[in-house]
Design a protein around this ligand. Structure first.
Ligand SMILES: Cc1cc2nc3c(=O)[nH]c(=O)nc-3n(C[C@H](O)[C@H](O)[C@H](O)COP(=O)(O)OP(=O)(O)OC[C@H]3O[C@@H](n4cnc5c(N)ncnc54)[C@H](O)[C@@H]3O)c2cc1C
Length: 382
């Protein structure tokens, strides 16, 4: 009997668990650990933030995995022992034949002084709800979408947020009195996807009258005065702040020696194996350098595919086979643009010397595609 441990039941962890369950014998054990009792479908937070979803539509209980013969351990992982393929949760130490680290990125607003005083962290369920509450009453002034630090997960999300907010304000007939701006700690949107994709996003913002201020790193937030101060010596007032907080590697991963405190887990880009045999890391917790000198973006599409590749590889090792397909760096994403329209980009991020990514013409069908994907995500596993 084999036992595979999966640390984290987010996008990558779930994809691995289900794929393994289909391939391993019933007597083989799959154990998933998560500090949250719920699985959250993060892309839907943009719709929670703009009032087209409720909180109970973006989350499902992890206990449902038990029906698929996957053991769920609820509670924070407090230690990882990569040499033994073991984790500690509560008072129990679990050791396995293989370990998948899928703990994502920790969000840490406290890294920017004053940011925790603002509720609009739309990368959380509560923060997305807080933005929606404010969006319904803001009648004039300035909405700022802030990208506080790089890297951050889903490179498109803050730009989608700005365009969706623009759509809500137009529907409320308030857009002429409320400006929408994106202030970003990066030089261009979705830069890894290449200049054509970046320019397409900038054009979409411009067409909607959304001001874009790249290369601004916020240094302080004064929530009572509603002022952002940037390292570039600029100060900006706001009436509503929707922000992406700083991301960092989970402390338990750094403490295990799997990543530096200010970095991410190094893995083989194709097998996702760490320097420890049979210990894999997938998704946002990893840092995979690309030929152009920037890392592979943190995105669910990659976590999902990597989770499946790693599950296949572990299943092959357990059954005594070694070779098979590996992760090829291909990914795609929908880009919500408001008022029922979305764009779509797809490509090979491992292509050299630069990723080969194509942006398709926006339309209603891409928005419908994203809605269909959300439905499929829940239907296949719940
Ligand atoms: C608003 C928003 C929109 C997005 N839209 C898209 C999109 O359209 N397309 C796309 O590809 N990606 C999108 N993403 C990004 C995508 O959600 C992430 O890249 C993806 O979830 C990463 O998967 P993961 O498995 O690495 O981590 P996660 O899905 O974050 O899962 C990590 C899990 O680990 C658990 N965990 C963490 N620490 C511990 C611990 N110590 N003990 C126990 N459990 C722990 C967490 O509770 C969590 O369940 C979006 C993200 C956001 C926030």
């Amino acid at each position: 009997m084999a036992r595979v441990l999966i640390a984290g039941a987010g996008v990558g962890g779930l994809a691995s668990a289900h794929r393994l369950r289909r391939q391993l014998a019933d007597s083989d054990e799959i154990v998933v650990f998560d500090q949250s009792p719920m699985h959250t479908f993060w892309p839907s937070l943009l719709w929670l933030m703009t009032g087209t979803r409720h909180a109970d539509q973006v989350q499902r209980p992890l206990t449902a995995l038990k029906e698929r013969k996957i053991t769920v351990v609820h509670g924070p992982i407090t230690a990882i022992e990569p040499t033994d393929k073991a984790v500690v949760s509560g008072d129990v130490r679990w050791a396995g034949d293989a370990l998948i680290i899928a703990l994502g990125a920790d969000l840490d607003p406290s890294l920017v002084p004053g940011l925790t005083d603002e509720p609009g962290n739309f990368y959380t369920v509560a923060g997305a709800q807080a933005v929606w509450e404010q969006l319904q009453t803001v009648d004039q002034g300035r909405v700022v979408v802030l990208i506080s630090r790089v890297p951050f997960k889903c490179p498109a999300a803050p730009y989608e947020a700005a365009m969706l907010i623009d759509g809500v304000l137009r529907k409320r007939h308030r857009r002429d009195r409320v400006s929408v701006e994106v202030w970003a700690a990066e030089p261009a949107p979705m830069g890894v996807a290449g200049p054509a994709v970046s320019q397409a996003v900038v054009n979409a913002l411009t067409e909607r009258g959304i001001a874009y201020q790249p290369q601004h790193v916020v240094s302080e937030v004064d929530a009572s005065a509603r002022v952002l101060t940037f390292q570039e010596a600029t100060a900006v007032s706001y009436d509503l702040l929707a922000y992406v907080p700083p991301h960092r590697v989970p402390t338990v991963v750094a403490e295990a020696g799997l990543a530096p405190a200010d970095g991410w887990v190094a893995v083989d880009p194709h097998t996702l194996e760490t320097r420890f045999r049979d210990v894999f890391a997938i998704g946002d917790v990893t840092g995979i350098p690309l030929a152009l000198g920037k890392p592979l973006p943190k995105a669910g599409v990659f976590a999902h595919r990597q989770g499946e590749v790693v599950a296949d590889l572990i299943a092959r090792r357990i059954t005594g086979r070694e070779t098979g397909p590996t992760f090829d760096g291909v990914g795609e994403c929908f880009i919500e643009m408001g008022r029922g329209i979305a764009g779509f980009a797809r490509g090979n991020f491992y292509a050299e010397p630069t990723p080969a990514v194509h942006a398709y013409k926006p339309g209603r069908h891409w928005h419908a595609g994203k809605v269909a994907f959300e439905r499929h995500w829940w239907a296949q596993w719940w």
